[in-house]
Design a binder for this molecule. Structure first.
Ligand code: C2E
Ligand code: MG
Ligand code: MG
Length: 554
């Protein structure tokens, strides 16, 4: 029988076009795609067997897949071709003629080889893309979906109007580093896995949990599961396997958004739940926050501040205000704190409206260096004018910790204006984590060696650790204003005791001590009674524009 070359070419074209669309090596449509070529080449059965490479050895048992079978084939006259894949696995292709049919001609065998090579290439491509997909869409450690998976899955759900039946949440596990350090990383991962699978099980297959990264997760669940999800994330006991400690309570900060018509893309959903979760995380005693108008405004503010920031730095819209620090004995000026104000469109904006936003990224670092530079410039000017300059403290955000060049950059700025080091003090807030602690130690010790003073800002309101105070060479503790009792306050008694204790502690550790936010003469009397003789507050002065402050430097 003459070989029909036109039919063979058309069949190959069809095969290639159909295979292009398939995403599995054992896709049920493979027989349909390959059938016409097999008929053109008189193949009665085509089968391939994969022998996987596992830990350096080929496994003896292969997995077989019949890509085509029609009529009775001749087992004895199989034509086999062996291939080795990129990772060392072996695939054996078996081509079987029909029983009783003529042998294949050399030309036909050549075409069978071409078919085999084409098939091998396609299957290889499918395997690689499946592997890549696994990496992209699946978290192997916890055996759950990834953020990419959710982004891909949610798009079509929104388009079809199905997403409105779902709620979404973003959650961050509370103090999980503690669980890791108590149980070890392996058991920690086990706990994390049990926790997220426990949550996923609540959805009854109608939703899923996905990992965003580290201890941050998201979930997409039917709206009717909301109460259960909330309860679960507020705290759930997880049994720990293979350790002495048998149970741990895991909870999370969460941000929720009940998907509505307004949401157009998966990114909309992610933006909303992450904004809400972020607020939950930063607000004490708030395990969860729902995305609502208040959150929306905050997000808008955030976008506005972040958008305007580069231009504002460029145009020098940030101003340094100086708040005097005084000695209580004689009310003499002993120093000042540099505080930032943003002059935008003729309006003066207070730091609480932009600092927390800038602290979300590294913008705050730009601002802090800008402030330090402007302070140094002012001091240089005052020195040159022959004024009696006092030490000015500059606030440094914790976001800087971990910046290897921090110390060098600070010194470089100060030295650029030839400001004697004793005129600069750096204020840093307390820290909680070990990582921060090590970094903080480097910075504070480094500044100390350079003769630059340091102070612990807002002392008492963070998670103060005595170690932090004792082990680093600080100069000053700034006692937070919340420890100063005000008139007719219920808590006044308790605050007096705490204040006394804080002052005594600072002095025992050989540190200077200054009270922030002093507003009344009674507070001044109380401070003096307890041996604290330095203060800063509205009773003396508000933060002043540079020009006004310089008049005090006689
Ligand atoms: P802070 O460093 O603790 O600064 C003291 C804050 O207390 C200032 O608020 C000051 O105006 C306010 N204050 C002073 N005396 C009184 C008083 O008698 N009563 C009351 N109620 N408040 C008083 P401000 O200027 O609004 O700054 C707020 C916070 O913003 C600062 O707290 C600091 O954490 C941050 N900040 C300001 N400027 C910068 C900066 O340049 N860089 C960084 N990283 N943070 C800054
Ligand atoms: Mg401060
Ligand atoms: Mg403070």
């Amino acid at each position: 029988m003459a070989f029909d070359i036109a039919e063979y070419s058309a069949a190959m074209d069809e095969f290639v076009l159909k295979m292009e669309k398939l995403d599995s090596e054992i896709h049920p449509e493979i027989p349909g795609a390959i059938g016409r070529v097999c008929r053109a080449l008189r193949i009665a059965k085509l089968e391939y067997t994969l022998y996987e490479m596992d830990r350096g050895a080929i496994v003896s048992e292969g997995k077989s897949f019949t890509a085509y079978a029609s009529g009775v084939h001749d087992n004895e006259r199989a034509h086999t071709i062996k291939e080795t894949t990129g990772n060392g696995s072996i695939v054996v292709y078996g081509f079987y003629p029909r029983s009783g049919a003529e042998d294949w001609s050399p030309a036909e065998l050549e075409r069978i080889t071409i078919l085999e090579k084409t098939l091998f290439t396609f299957l290889g491509k499918i395997r690689t893309s499946k592997f890549a997909e696994q990496l992209l869409y699946h978290d192997a450690d916890l055996d759950i979906h990834s953020l990419n998976y959710m982004m891909r899955a949610l798009g079509p759900m929104i388009a079809k109007g199905e997403a409105v039946r779902y709620g979404a949440c973003y959650f961050n596990l509370k103090s999980f580093s503690l669980v890791n350090s108590q149980l070890g990383r392996r058991a920690g991962t086990g706990v994390m896995k049990a926790f997220v699978h426990g949550l996923q099980d609540l959805f009854g297959g109608r939703g899923f949990v996905f990992r965003i990264g580290g201890d941050n997760f998201g979930a997409l669940f039917p709206k009717e599961c909301l109460e259960q999800v909330k309860e679960y994330l507020c705290g759930t006991i997880i049994n720990v396997e293979h350790t002495r400690q048998k149970r741990v309570n895991i909870s999370a900060h969460a941000g929720y958004y009940m998907i509505d018509d307004e949401c157009k893309t998966p990114s909309d959903v992610m933006d909303k739940i992450s904004a809400a979760a972020n607020i939950a995380k930063k607000t004490p005693n708030t395990p969860y926050v729902f995305f609502d108008n208040a959150v929306r405004h905050r997000v808008e503010d955030m976008k506005m501040v972040e958008g305007l920031f580069p231009g504002a730095i460029e145009n020098e819209e940030f101003l340094v205000y100086y708040q005097p620090k005084v000695r209580l004995n004689d009310y003499t000026l002993i120093g000042a704190e540099a505080l930032c104000r943003w002059k935008h469109d003729g309006e003066i904006i207070a730091p609480f409206r932009f600092i927390p936003i800038l602290e979300r990224g590294r913008n705050i670092c730009t601002l802090d260096f800008y402030m330090l530079e402007h302070v140094c410039r002012d001091i240089r000017k005052w020195l040159d004018e022959g004024r009696k300059v006092v030490t000015v403290s500059v606030n440094l955000s914790r976001v800087h910790l971990g910046d290897m060049d921090l110390l060098d950059r600070i010194i470089k700025i100060i030295d650029k204006y030839s400001v004697p080091h004793q005129y600069i003090e750096i204020e840093l807030t307390e820290t909680t984590t070990d990582v921060d602690f090590t970094e903080l130690k480097k910075v504070v010790s480094g500044l100390n060696i350079q003769g630059i003073r340091t102070s612990v800002d807002d002392f008492g309101i963070g998670y103060s650790s005595l170690n932090l105070i004792r082990e680093l060479p600080w100069n000053t503790l700034k006692i937070d204003k919340s420890f100063l009792p005000s008139d007719n306050e219920e808590e006044a008694q308790r605050k007096c005791v705490l204040l006394k204790y804080l002052i005594a502690m600072a002095q025992n550790l050989g540190l200077e001590c200054i009270a922030e936010g002093v507003e009344t003469i009674d507070q001044i009397a109380l401070l003096k009674e307890n041996n604290c003789f330095n203060a800063q507050g509205f009773y003396f002065d508000k933060p002043l524009p540079a020009e006004e402050f310089s008049e005090k430097l006689l």
